[in-house]
Design a protein around this ligand. Structure first.
Ligand SMILES: C[S@@+](CC[C@H](N)C(=O)[O-])C[C@H]1O[C@@H](n2cnc3c(N)ncnc32)[C@H](O)[C@@H]1O
Length: 216
């Protein structure tokens, strides 16, 4: 199956920049019809609203989650990565009201670019990991390293699909849908929230996961 037209991290980064050059223009108009669970995962975060936490988002897109999280957590500050200049430009515009609390990094999330990140209380991957092929597992491990002990990794993303034609269609849009994320996330963190839900009567499934980094 085709997941991406590349097989290296640098190739994946370029594929994303190219893909979102056009998709960024229609992203907010179209994605609410299929990127389910994004508001729900934020509602499940284990922190209290008044906590002064540091939240990291990997692949922030147009800033949909940052805006939501910044409203729900008025004392939190945020660091967000995105590899696509077109997407991050939209994040900047869409999160202007919260700009003092949000640091945007236009770069791929990788060990070099993440070297100076302050330890986080929570890292969010929202519909980014299934597009990060082949390096998705290395980036989960990196995210766990960027967390304080006892902090959280939150993921909302596609899980799996019953129909090969649908998987192929998603593969053509650089999304890998093989149920591969959950087992790996459970290897690296202790599940606090874990659910798999059906979309459009079962054409595909999406998942919500929040795991706690072990303290030792
Ligand atoms: C489907 S969008 C999700 C955007 C946003 N999180 C949301 O839920 O609407 C995936 C985003 O991940 C970004 N992305 C993909 N690979 C990345 C990488 N290696 N490092 C940082 N961002 C990446 C893409 O540029 C894109 O903006």
């Amino acid at each position: 199956m085709q997941h991406s037209n590349t097989s290296s991290a640098s190739g994946q980064n370029q594929t994303m920049r190219n893909y979102y050059r056009f998709q960024s223009r229609i992203y907010d108009l179209t994605r609410w019809t299929f990127l389910f669970g994004r508001k729900h995962i934020v509602k499940q975060f284990p922190m209290q609203a008044e906590e002064e936490v540091h939240i990291l988002e990997i692949g922030c897109g147009t800033g949909f989650n940052l805006r939501n999280m910044a409203s729900r957590y008025p004392k939190a500050h945020f660091t967000a990565f995105d590899v696509s200049p077109d997407m991050i430009r939209l994040t900047q515009k869409n999160t202007r009201a919260f700009s003092e609390r949000i640091k945007l990094i236009e770069a791929p999330y990788d060990p070099e670019n993440a070297a100076d990140i302050a330890p986080a209380d929570l890292v969010l991957f929202s519909y980014s990991l299934t597009m990060i092929n082949p390096q998705w597992s290395a980036l989960i491990e990196l995210a766990v390293k960027n967390l304080k002990p006892g902090a959280y990794i939150a993921v909302v993303d596609f899980h799996d699909a019953a129909f090969p034609w649908f998987k192929k269609h998603m593969g053509n849009n650089h999304v890998r849908m093989d149920g591969h994320l959950l087992p790996f996330l459970e290897k690296w963190s202790l599940p606090v929230v874990k659910s798999v839900k059906k979309a459009y009567f079962g054409i595909w499934e999406y998942m919500l996961f929040i795991g706690k980094k072990p303290t030792s």
